[in-house]
Write a protein that binds this ligand. Structure first.
Ligand SMILES: Nc1ncnc2c1ncn2[C@@H]1O[C@H](COP(=O)(O)OP(=O)(O)OP(=O)(O)O)[C@@H](O)[C@H]1O
Ligand SMILES: [Mg+2]
Length: 255
């Protein structure tokens, strides 16, 4: 089967300026030559310490950031140059960021985003009701977002990320800020998406969650991949995934 996500020898660096006059040029190599592929219908995890390069990788995959070198393909198209074929068919959910309009209700937020995807009005209303139900926001759907708790806002984000019925969904720390029940609900949503044949790529710092959800994963350390495989393969002889993870990270510099 053709991979739905294919990353080959991908690099990304950032240039920043430091010092009192911001004259000192600093290059940060965020992603340093990574390769992996994801098959349709997989839940695929991207794990690693703060600053490992996970969000940078996701931003390249969702066509928001150009690679410094290497290739990054989604649904068979280059994420840089062919983004117009990719964008309608994917979506993303970033944990802990707002990205929705405070002065609109959940329903009106979803109408706004549905219109960006040019959903037909009848189909739009049906889809909005269905998603509100899925994220358990039906009761508060007509209140302004500014009256929502953090977790409710996060659930609205999740709804926004599903509005165009994406084939591939990218989730960067999607359970951040959710209470245990909300996180449980989201994991169920993620599994249901896989059962519908969707592909999900997610990051999380919560290793039991990664173990429970992911079919396969990569572990990034300082911009390089230090392990790839199923949770069981990565665990190997270690007692827990966390032990295996810590061993990999503490080995320090990668080969
Ligand atoms: N816009 C930017 N300008 C300069 N440096 C950046 C920028 N964005 C990210 N970086 C740097 O790139 C590296 C990777 O960052 P990235 O956000 O991809 O990590 P991450 O794995 O998502 O971390 P976290 O778990 O904290 O979210 C870090 O050293 C970070 O400081
Ligand atoms: Mg990040």
């Amino acid at each position: 089967m053709e991979p739905i996500i294919e990353v080959k020898d991908l690099y990304r660096s950032y240039t920043t300026y430091r010092g009192s006059l911001r004259k000192q040029k600093i290059t940060v190599e965020a992603v340093r030559g990574i390769s992996f592929s994801v098959q349709p219908g997989e839940i695929f995890g991207l794990l690693g310490q703060n600053g490992a390069g996970k969000t940078t990788t996701i931003k390249m995959l969702i066509t928001l950031l150009a690679p410094t070198s290497g290739t990054c393909r989604v649904l068979g198209y280059d994420t840089f140059g062919q983004e117009k074929y990719i964008r309608p068919r994917i979506n993303f959910i970033f944990g802990g960021e707002s990205g929705v309009y405070r002065r609109l209700s959940a329903r009106d937020n979803l109408r706004y985003f549905a219109n960006l995807y040019r959903l037909d009005p009848k189909e739009r209303e049906r889809r909005i009701d269905e998603i509100l139900e899925l994220v358990d926001l039906t009761d508060r759907a007509d209140n302004l977002q500014e009256t929502y708790s953090k977790g409710m806002t996060q659930r609205l984000q999740i709804a926004r990320g599903l509005i165009n019925d994406p084939e591939v969904i990218f989730m960067d720390e999607p359970t951040v800020g959710l209470d245990p029940l909300g996180a449980h609900m989201l994991r169920q949503v993620i599994r249901r998406l896989r059962d519908q044949g969707k592909t999900v790529l997610l990051t999380t710092h919560y290793l039991p969650e990664a173990e429970e959800l992911c079919d396969r994963m990569v572990i990034l350390n300082q911009g390089k991949i230090v392990a790839t495989g199923t949770p069981a393969q990565i665990k190997g002889d270690a007692a827990t995934l966390e032990d295996a993870y810590l061993n990999l990270i503490q080995k320090g510099e990668t080969p």
